[in-house]
Write a protein that binds this ligand. Structure first.
Ligand SMILES: Nc1ncnc2c1ncn2[C@@H]1O[C@H](COP(=O)(O)OP(=O)(O)OP(=O)(O)O)[C@@H](O)[C@H]1O
Ligand SMILES: [Mg+2]
Length: 509
């Protein structure tokens, strides 16, 4: 512990409410007492600002600049913070002046990014359970910011690639804008949030797809073997056959009415005519008569005129008979047409339209069933795709939530044994820090402080009155045990005899 640097002198001028203060501690404990608002905290802040720098709000109102001088071990640090312009830093080591840049770098290397305040840190998670989660997170973040650990771009890509090609594709979809200057764990956290959001959207897609799928499962029977095209062809040809049959029915109707018309015509015309046998008899009689008459003409020239008259009459009758015969021929023709028609009607048989309609319905049903099966297949595919997508983002969430932070934390050189950063809080040997007893927490805080400010042989404890008697004793014990200087401020009505009393920004006698 001897190489740890102790504060041998603090001088501050025009820093916050401090006008001018000079403290040259005698022992291991510097106790600054006073009423509220007198400048106790300001003195501790002057030490911190001397080492790590500060902004112009630290300059006392009305003054041009604040000045801080620190003598710490072999270092002499002079810092001036002006209201306007840039602050200046002069660092001497063993009496040797360094350039401003070297001085700055040396202080960073020796003390870390800032002077860690152990008590304020442990009290962050506090006694009050209200808002504990947020306060634990702040405690965690403060520890993290005191221990910057980077996450390298290659390390990140390697970890994602380890999860396989498909997860890598999912990762590319996130299009994360990573600032590798940020704290490694913070990067993990924001990537986790991005992947989580996407996974949430994926899960919604899965739910939608599952709902779609369930809708098919209600109505589905076993599918026809033919594929959709064939089934569609079957419906088409059933429809074609039906329409053809419908056309034939119409044509038959027309023929039937023609047949009826012929029947009527035959009946009408046939009624007026004698039968064929009668005609034959008549024809024979007349022929006989003609020959008789001709014979008579030959024989009875004298009776020629009379016979000629009779002949004329007979010829006239013969012509009448021919007319009748023609009419009978026509009638025969019509009868033949009718019988032919009837034969064809009988041969065709009646088409069963009802049956055909049923066939169309069946074909349609089979098409619908096949289509439902195909849609079902598609929906099943959609579900499994959505599930796979969600699964990939799930793996990314786990990577950024658990695995990568674990790797980062492993590299972090936790300041003390058993200290871990869990998701939202700091824990020691698995127990959340705020659950430890007050003195245990004080011990952890001080150990963390000296681990985080490796060269510092001092810790600053502001508002030590809040620790109570036991806490204060523990604080004394641990700092003495570790051989480090304790700078503490406390509100005290009656300051202890060894305390420096500050009033209105000055040490009172
Ligand atoms: N730039 C500044 N110029 C002048 N006064 C300032 C400046 N900044 C802060 N102060 C004043 O400093 C005082 C607080 O100083 P400080 O915090 O050191 O007091 P304290 O003794 O620690 O008080 P407490 O016991 O309440 O913690 C306040 O009155 C505040 O207004
Ligand atoms: Mg204070």
């Amino acid at each position: 512990m001897s190489e740890r640097l102790k504060v041998a002198q603090v001088r501050a001028k025009d820093f916050k409410c401090i006008r001018e203060v000079e403290i040259t501690p005698a022992g291991g404990i510097v106790r600054i007492s006073g009423a509220p608002g007198q400048g106790k905290t300001s003195i501790l802040e002057a030490i911190e600002a001397g080492i790590a720098g500060g902004d112009k709000t630290l300059v006392r109102r009305g003054a041009d600049r604040a000045e801080i001088f620190l003598s710490i071990g072999d270092l002499e640090i002079s810092r001036k913070i002006p209201v306007r312009g840039r602050q200046t830093l002069r660092v001497k080591r063993d009496g040797l002046a360094l350039t401003q840049g070297d001085g700055n770098a040396l202080l960073k290397a020796l003390f870390g990014p800032h002077i860690f305040r152990p008590i304020r840190w442990v009290q962050l998670a506090g006694d009050d359970s209200r808002g504990r989660k947020d306060r634990c997170r702040r405690q965690r973040d403060e520890l993290l910011s005191a221990m910057p650990v980077r996450l390298m771009a290659e390390e990140l890509m390697e970890a994602v690639e380890e999860l396989g090609e498909d997860v890598l594709d999912a990762w590319r979809e996130i299009r994360a804008d990573v600032n590798y200057g940020d704290h490694g764990l913070m990067i993990c956290r924001s990537l986790e949030a991005a992947c989580y959001d996407t996974r949430k959207r994926c899960n919604a897609e899965v739910e939608r797809a599952v709902r779609d799928l369930e809708q098919y499962q209600v109505t589905l029977g076993s599918p026809p073997e033919e594929d959709l095209e064939v089934l569609r062809g079957q419906t088409e040809s059933a429809k074609r056959a039906y329409h053809m049959a419908l056309g034939q029915v119409e044509a038959r109707k027309t023929l039937r009415s023609r047949a009826e018309q012929l029947g009527r015509q035959i009946a009408r015309e046939g009624a007026d005519l004698p039968r064929r046998c009668v005609i034959d008899t008549q024809r024979a009689a007349v022929a006989e008569r003609i020959s008789t008459k001709e014979a008579e003409i030959e024989f009875l020239r004298g009776m020629l005129a009379k016979a000629e008259t009779a002949l004329d009459e007979a010829r006239r009758q013969a012509s009448e008979i021919s007319d009748t015969e023609r009419a009978l021929d026509r009638l025969d023709g019509l009868r033949a047409e009718l019988s032919e028609l009837e034969t064809s009607l009988d041969a065709g048989g009646e088409q069963d339209l009802e049956k055909m309609r049923k066939e169309i319905d069946e074909a349609d049903r089979r098409v619908a069933l096949r289509r439902a099966h195909e849609d079902h297949k598609q929906a099943t595919h959609t579900v499994s795709m959505a599930r796979a997508r969600s699964e990939r983002f799930d793996r990314l969430v786990k990577l950024f939530r658990d695995e990568l932070p674990r790797r980062v934390v492993k590299r972090m050189n936790m300041p003390i044994d058993g200290l871990r950063i869990e998701r939202d809080q700091v824990a020691i040997h698995g127990i959340p820090l705020h659950r430890l007893g007050t003195s245990e927490q004080i011990r952890v805080g001080v150990q963390v402080a000296i681990a985080l400010n490796p060269a510092a042989g001092f810790v600053c404890v502001d508002g030590a009155e809040s620790l109570g008697r036991e806490g204060l004793d523990e604080l004394r014990r641990i700092t003495e045990e570790l051989g480090i200087q304790l700078w503490m401020s406390e509100v005290a009505e009656e300051p202890a005899p060894d305390a420096l009393v500050i009033r209105n920004g000055e040490i009172s006698a």
